[in-house]
Design a protein around this ligand. Structure first.
Ligand SMILES: [Zn+2]
Length: 548
């Protein structure tokens, strides 16, 4: 459309009051005169029948000396949605919108942006209450209520705003509308700034978006996800939150790309085979699976149905145990729950898993074992981190045996936390048929298969201890003591006193005897009977005569 045709169209529109839509004027290639009539003095505005006006927002000359004046269209003083433009004045450093309105420099001046003509017809007959504060408050409460009801119930809302404006819909029909925004902080994870354009009278939502400006990494939303897990021994399980099933999984989702990642504030899963966080397309929640973002990746390997999902679940359940029993996150960084990296599908670790400075690595298993990702193993490894952040037990000698033992205790404690009962074998749920158990906590020397205890196998009494014993074998002392205490009380109470001792009594190079004194102090803290501790320590040959 050339300039003359456009002008003709405007003239036609202005004369045709029955057309109930505003006319957008693209200012590119338009003459300055198109906007000059909209620059009004306050006096002129009062006398005018068209309350449209242009206001200068900013101006500044660039390195060429061209002044760029940014303007906003208003109607009765309220901003018009999308009605903004920039006027470019070569060598116009001193020009303002006001001076330009009377300027004869039109020929040198160019513009871009859009203004709307003919708003008046659409906006006539507006009920007076849309301009009241009470209506603004009503719209705000309605929108926040709707937002919270959409699975955001736990979010804390602040910085609420509702600002009146003129909104133009896709058909360029003008409406009085509120731009509503607020800050929504979840319990953990990335906050949001939900923003809505809402009809000021009917409260119809015209547009909505998240106005939180962040870097790519932080643009992810916390979402409820799910998927399968388990292995050939425990069977295929569903993380879907249904009755009798396992809980849902916490994933993060990029709402722009609609991709879900196997990560959340507390865990970032990494597939060791490609060093990437597993991700899957998640357009919308899966109606077939409880309206969750269902993990459609197939990472089945060596009899494990989804070690990736098992990692996310295991991290969650172990932290829940520490939170529920001790009121603390298992691991803390900068005063907040720590995000742990979990490297899954490691082809070189076999049955092994290890913890090192914020990272956990899990073997893919072997002919005897399924992939070694399970709450038990994660509790064991993360509890090494817990020990690191509390008593800092040195990983050799007796303190090393105690360090290993505390992690084995956590392995069984999480089993008790989930099922209300536990056995004393270390990780039978990962064994294939014919696979050999790693350790027996209640009878540690079973791994000696008839050999002398401590001869490259576990011990269950101090008489078999020697300084050079591997910490996985000397752990038998406290492992056995723990089972004796738990069988008198229960696994939870036994783990409570051990955790209390780890947090507040054990020191980095402790002996078993000193550690036993710490456990007695912890039992006193809880009001549990210390005789049970004395009995258990006597059974494993640990001297408690020096304990107060
Ligand atoms: Zn360990």
């Amino acid at each position: 459309m050339n300039k003359h045709a456009a002008s003709a169209a405007i003239v036609l529109l202005c004369c045709t009051a029955s057309v109930y839509a505003a006319n957008p004027v693209d200012l590119r290639n338009q003459s300055l005169s198109v906007i000059q009539s909209m620059v009004k003095s306050p006096a002129a505005l009062c006398a005018d029948t068209d309350p449209s006006q242009l206001k200068q927002l900013s101006s500044g000359a660039d390195f060429n000396g061209t002044n760029h004046i940014r303007v906003q269209q208003t109607y009765q003083g309220y901003p018009v949605w999308n009605g903004d433009a920039v006027i470019h004045v070569p060598h116009g450093g001193s020009e303002t919108l006001m001076t330009l309105a009377r300027s004869r420099r039109a020929a040198e001046t160019s513009m871009n942006g859009v203004i709307y003509q003919g708003l008046k017809e659409d906006l006539a007959n507006t009920p007076a209450y849309v301009f009241n504060d009470t209506q603004a408050q009503k719209v705000l409460s309605h929108i926040i209520g709707t937002y919270l009801a959409q699975d955001h119930a736990e979010r804390v809302i602040s910085n609420q705003k509702a600002e009146l404006m003129v909104y133009l819909d896709e058909k360029n029909k003008a409406h009085w509308a509120y731009q509503v925004s607020f800050f929504a902080q979840p319990r953990s994870g990335t906050p949001a700034k939900p923003t809505f354009v809402v009809d000021a009278a009917s409260m119809e939502i015209y547009q909505q978006w998240n106005d939180l400006k962040t870097q790519t990494e932080a643009r992810l939303d916390d979402v409820k996800g799910g998927g399968v897990g388990g292995n050939g021994r425990i069977g295929k399980i569903s993380y879907d939150g249904l009755a009798g099933h396992y809980p849902t999984l916490d994933f993060q989702r990029d709402s722009n790309t609609k991709i879900c990642y196997l990560q959340n504030a507390e865990v970032k899963v990494v597939d060791s085979r490609n060093d990437k966080t597993p991700q899957f397309a998640c357009d919308k929640p899966d109606a077939q699976h409880g309206n969750l973002y269902w993990n459609t990746l197939n990472d089945e390997a060596n009899g494990g149905y989804s070690p990736n999902n098992d990692a996310v679940y295991s991290r969650k359940i172990v932290d829940e145990m520490y939170q529920s029993w001790f009121g603390v996150p298992i691991l803390v960084k900068d005063g907040k729950p720590m995000q742990v990296q979990m490297f899954v599908h490691d082809p070189y670790q076999g049955q092994n898993a290890y913890w090192e400075d914020g990272k956990m690595v899990f073997g893919e298993g072997d002919s005897e074992s399924y992939p070694v990702v399970a709450p038990s193993v994660v509790a064991h490894e993360l509890s090494h981190g817990f020990t690191e952040q509390h008593s800092r037990l040195v990983y050799s000698g007796q303190s090393g045996g105690l360090n290993e033992s505390f992690s084995d205790m956590a392995d069984k404690a999480v089993e008790y936390f989930v099922y209300g009962q536990n056995n004393w074998q270390i990780d039978p749920e990962l064994l294939k048929d014919g696979g050999r158990l790693l350790r027996w906590m209640d009878d540690p020397t079973q791994d000696c298969y008839g050999k002398k205890p401590g001869n490259n196998c576990s011990i269950g009494n101090m008489r078999d201890y020697n300084r050079n014993l591997n910490v996985h074998f000397s752990s038998g002392i406290f492992n056995r003591a723990f089972t004796l205490i738990a069988s008198k009380w229960n696994t939870k109470k036994a783990f409570e006193v051990m955790t209390q001792a780890n947090m507040h009594y054990w020191t980095s190079n402790t002996s078993f005897a000193d550690a036993a004194c710490g456990v007695i102090s912890a039992a006193k803290d809880y009001g549990y009977d210390k005789d049970t501790i004395l009995y258990a320590m006597k059974e494993v040959g640990v001297d408690t005569s020096r304990c107060a």
